[in-house]
Design a protein around this ligand. Structure first.
Ligand SMILES: CC(=O)/C=C/C=C(C)/C=C/C1=C(C)CCCC1(C)C
Ligand SMILES: CC(/C=C/C=O)=C\C=C\C=O
Ligand SMILES: [Fe+2]
Length: 460
């Protein structure tokens, strides 16, 4: 294994004093570090010192609005103050518990869906170095939790809740300034669809407009609603918009079947024999247009597995977005969902294939019965086959692909995942990405909470 550091972020602490959080996404961010050097692995973990986390520790209570939790107010005046601080963003969390990215300039930033929850950390010590301050005046309170990050750019979407739409923005390495590429106006209403992630191709940014939409009323509620800060609007339809990266122009905007996704896998341009783009293919982990997955991620559900098969079905949803001006796009399963046990989330690809025609993806699938994705699966989207890794009672985290230096094949590399075994103990698992067979495992000295997304920090 080459030298370098794998970092994984995720919500890892779900209580403050004797108050217990209710949803997976509420937990305070825990970073885990796997440092590979000369065939040895050094592991460590640490909490991110966000304002939300520090205030909760100091006051022994929740002080900021998390994904589903909000601080309690006891009178009307305080409630009015709450509304004001919600609109100004002051009461929103900066708990950067979703992902971690290495920017083109080497800075390592932890992220969540609130813009203020962009926090720079030291990948060696896991020290919290401070806020990542955007120096532009774009404002806004929320962005996609998953920017597209390469050596040359950082692209993200800023949903506009007032005039429903999305700003597509770009930031260059070495700067903190996001610049607007263009704007997409929503075609359905009453608010933009939730954009946890979005894909790009070589020349286009794909903007999904999911019928699971942000909901202003739910944002104001102190108690979680069935869909948290969101609302399902099947009548508002689902759309996919395609923006040219160079000009900011919308080159296609199609209605698509209803869909629910957190994570896009990848996208690419389909061309004809003259090299003209005829369609965009965009793949995602698609929950069969069923929003119940959000509720299944409540801690009570995750902690009370009875042996019943309660994980809702999911698939690799493939959007086909034509460039011939037709009003509709298609959504199909890219492979038979039985190949991966009809569970599908937490995906990665070889980053060299970002935005390009690709064949392989790595994700978590299901070996049923289960209440949570419990396999690692390698998807072959050409042969339409999957290879699965499973261990009874084990919960694997997102499989993360790291290419072998000098690799020429798409799947020449390793896949890293952290596993919680059936006794709650943990280990790092390395699979050969090509055969999907185990190469090595390294037991951790202690068990770890579940975690979400990671990144690779190359040895400098
Ligand atoms: C952990 C994960 O995947 C998602 C986390 C999402 C969060 C923390 C969302 C927070 C939000 C608020 C606190 C209010 C505004 C809406 C929204 C962005 C959902
Ligand atoms: C863990 C998860 C979905 C699992 C269901 O199949 C989604 C996480 C989303 C946030 O990053
Ligand atoms: Fe995510």
């Amino acid at each position: 294994m080459q030298s370098g550091t794998y970092l994984r972020n995720g919500p890892g602490l779900w209580h403050i004093g004797d108050y217990n959080f209710r949803h997976l996404f509420d937990g305070y961010a825990t970073l885990v570090r796997l440092h590979f050097e000369n065939g040895r692995l050094i592991m460590g973990h640490r909490q991110i010192e966000s304002e939300a986390y520090k205030a909760a520790k100091r006051n022994n209570k929740l002080c900021y609005r998390e994904f589903s939790e909000a601080p309690k107010t006891d009178n009307f005046l305080a409630y009015m103050g709450d509304l004001a601080s919600l609109f100004s963003g002051a009461s929103l969390t900066d708990n950067a518990n979703t992902g971690v990215v290495t920017l083109g300039d080497g800075r390592v930033v932890c992220l969540t869906e609130t813009i203020k929850g962009s926090i720079v950390i030291d990948p060696d010590t896991l020290d919290t170095l401070g806020k990542f301050e955007y120096s532009d005046s774009l404002g806004g309170l929320i962005h996609s939790a998953h920017p597209i990050v390469t050596d040359t750019e950082f692209l993200t979407l800023l949903p506009d809740l007032v005039n429903p739409g999305y700003l597509v923005v770009r930031m260059e390495p070495g700067t903190n300034e996001r610049k607007v590429i263009g704007r997409v106006s929503c075609r359905g209403g009453p608010a933009p669809g939730w954009v946890h992630s979005f894909p790009v191709t070589e020349h286009y940014v794909i903007v999904p407009e999911m019928p699971l939409r942000y909901c202003a009323q739910n944002l104001l509620k102190a108690e979680p609603t069935p869909l948290y800060k969101f609302e399902w609007h099947p009548d508002s339809k689902g759309f996919v918009h395609v923006m040219c990266k160079a000009s900011g122009k919308i080159v296609a905007s199609v209605e698509v079947p209803l869909f629910v996704t957190f994570h896009f896998i990848n996208a690419y341009e389909e061309t004809d024999e003259d090299g003209r783009v005829i369609a965009i293919i965009a793949d995602c982990c698609e929950h069969n247009a069923d929003t119940t997955i959000l509720d299944k991620l409540r801690l009570q559900n995750l902690r009370s597995y009875t042996g019943e098969d309660v994980l809702p079905d999911a698939r690799v949803g493939r959007f086909i977005i034509p460039f011939d001006g037709s009003p509709n796009g298609k959504l199909v399963a890219a492979l038979d969902p039985e190949e991966h046990g009809k569970g599908m989330d937490m995906c990665s690809i070889n980053p060299a294939y970002l935005g390009k025609k690709y064949r392989y993806a790595y994700a978590c699938g299901a070996q049923r019965p289960c209440n949570f994705p419990n396999t690692l699966t390698k998807l072959d989207l050409v042969e339409k086959k999957a290879k699965n890794w499973w261990d009874e009672g084990a919960v694997p985290s997102e499989p993360f692909f790291v290419a072998r230096p000098g690799a020429t094949e798409e799947d020449d590399g390793v896949v890293i995942s952290m596993i919680s075994d059936k006794n709650g103990e943990g280990y790092a698992l390395l699979l050969d990405a090509s055969s999907f067979k185990e190469i090595a495992r390294a037991k951790f000295p202690y068990g770890l909470p579940y975690g979400l997304h990671g990144c690779w920090v190359p040895k400098n």
